[in-house]
Design a protein around this ligand. Sequence first.
Ligand SMILES: CCCCCCCCCCCCCCCCCCCC(=O)SCCNC(=O)CCNC(=O)[C@H](O)C(C)(C)COP(=O)(O)OP(=O)(O)OC[C@H]1O[C@@H](n2cnc3c(N)ncnc32)[C@H](O)[C@@H]1OP(=O)(O)O
Ligand SMILES: NC(=O)C1=CN([C@@H]2O[C@H](COP(=O)(O)OP(=O)(O)OC[C@H]3O[C@@H](n4cnc5c(N)ncnc54)[C@H](OP(=O)(O)O)[C@@H]3O)[C@@H](O)[C@H]2O)C=CC1
Length: 515
Amino acid sequence: MSSVSEWYMGKNVLITGATGFMGKVLVEKLLRSCPGVKALYLLVRPKAGQSMQERVHDMLKCKLFDRVREDNPDFHQKIIPISSELMQSGLALSPADVEKLSSCINIVFHCAATVRFDEPLKHALQLNVIATQQILALAQRMQHLYAFIHISTAYANCNRRHIDEVIYPPPVEPKKLIDSLEWMDDAIVRDITPRLIGDRPNTYTYTKALAEYVVQQESGRLNIGIIRPSIVGASWQEPFPGWIDNFNGPSGVFIAAGKGILRTMRASNDAVADLIPVDMVINLTLAAGWYTAVHRPKSALVYNCTTGGINPFHWGEIEHHVMSTFKRNPLEQAFRRPNANITSNYLINQYWILVSHKFPALIYDLFLRLSGQKPQMMRIFTRLHKAIALLEYFSSQDWEWNSDNMNMLMNQLSAEDRRTFNFDVHQLNWPEYIENYCIGTKKYVLNEDMSDIPAARQHLRKLRNIRYTFNTLLLVFIWRVFIARSQMARNIWYFVVSLCFKFLSYFRASSTLTN
Ligand SMILES: CCCCCCCCCCCCCCCCCCCC(=O)SCCNC(=O)CCNC(=O)[C@H](O)C(C)(C)COP(=O)(O)OP(=O)(O)OC[C@H]1O[C@@H](n2cnc3c(N)ncnc32)[C@H](O)[C@@H]1OP(=O)(O)O
Ligand SMILES: NC(=O)C1=CN([C@@H]2O[C@H](COP(=O)(O)OP(=O)(O)OC[C@H]3O[C@@H](n4cnc5c(N)ncnc54)[C@H](OP(=O)(O)O)[C@@H]3O)[C@@H](O)[C@H]2O)C=CC1
């Protein structure tokens, strides 16, 4: 057995954010590759009318856990859900749960966060910063804790071009901000948010930067590791290629482009697209947990978990591979044929928004109205434009991350560990990864069946024919209007038609001669 999985043997692990995208992959990998792990305590809140037990039960039924289920059908016995609402004081934990966790937990993975870019500052602060403080306080009470791993983001310091594996001074002292926002009503906070976040694009990156500082300041005697993934995408290999379950980051963009809805977006062709597969992030996270526990570094070690400096790939190349994949493997019921382009030019983008988004949406809504249905396309585009506007900051520029600690960690692993907990981004074959990613969005986000691809292709052919017919009718209509109004247009028209006739008779005559 590898030394990493050996270390997890008999350990009790606490995970926050286990119902989220990365949390689920963390739970799955721990159960599958560290079969000796004693128990996983998951802090989960009841949500949408479901109790936390029901939520965990549903989560474990999902396809992601198929491989674990095959290896050990009773794997759910290792999962212990604990009711906790991280936004509440004391994390809303019962005294008995606090007692239990304090006495048994050996390692904490703190993944929970709000990743929304439009989150009101108070909410983002409460979850990303104050809840982190509370988890740290709980961790301080744990008697057998070896390591505390905090999941941050590579974009916490996106106001810098070059980002080292250090915790930078915070934009504001978190305690002062928490105290000031406490008495302000939501409207005032909304008004001052742009001034506070300054040169960061949103409350998410701002509060994640504050959280890193809080982790550093309040770590006390804890052994800390901070993981900073860049843009986390579908899985590369594990538990199977292309697994993804949400619309965040590029996934929503890929889907919107695959459905033929998104035709243009502002992004720089030559900027590095710092995507990293979720399984690689989780492998690094588990290895960092082991390293932190065994080597007990004196100060918090930060791992920039990125690809751009090692195996760069660019947004222009991504666009090409996304389009090519969706043309070969179309999504069902596409709005139009997939044909999206990125441009860094604001005016060109606005032009294509008008021609390729708003105009077709208007026509389609008109058609819906005339056929007695509710118009919806304009509304969809308004939401899409809002979402895209929030992402463009990240797709229009480059960052440079130092990844020495990631390399150091890799060198610390045995050959077997490097295979089991592989985060060697040199091995990523981007075209293959992007293809699996797009197919993953089709299969696991949209729940579409691969056997329906012939029907989806047929639908695309129908859309193409509609477009040809529409364009021809439009051309004839414009020309008719033109001819009716202008003598000059009529003259040109007669000239072109007579020229065509002359050419035709010339070719006919010459072909008769040669025969
Ligand atoms: C031109 C094509 C070629 C492709 C090449 C170019 C690609 C460029 C891509 C650039 C991507 C850059 C991404 C950068 C990200 C960097 C991030 C740093 C990494 C991180 O640390 S955090 C993770 C990233 N976080 C996010 O991505 C969150 C962003 N999302 C939001 O902030 C909100 O969702 C948003 C966008 C404000 C929308 O809010 P709202 O309108 O309130 O909608 P909901 O979120 O509540 O969703 C409602 C409903 O709709 C579904 N949904 C969401 N987005 C989409 C979508 N794009 N398409 C379709 N459906 C979508 C969502 O799942 C909800 O469904 P329910 O069933 O749950 O109600
Ligand atoms: N996805 C990405 O591209 C990147 C993510 N990260 C970081 O990785 C971590 C995980 O992100 P990801 O998995 O994508 O995020 P998700 O949004 O998928 O998951 C967030 C998790 O946090 C939990 N959570 C949110 N609010 C509360 C609350 N009030 N009480 C209890 N639990 C709560 C959610 O639980 P519930 O199901 O109940 O809502 C969910 O389990 C975050 O720290 C994020 O900053 C970093 C870089 C990139």
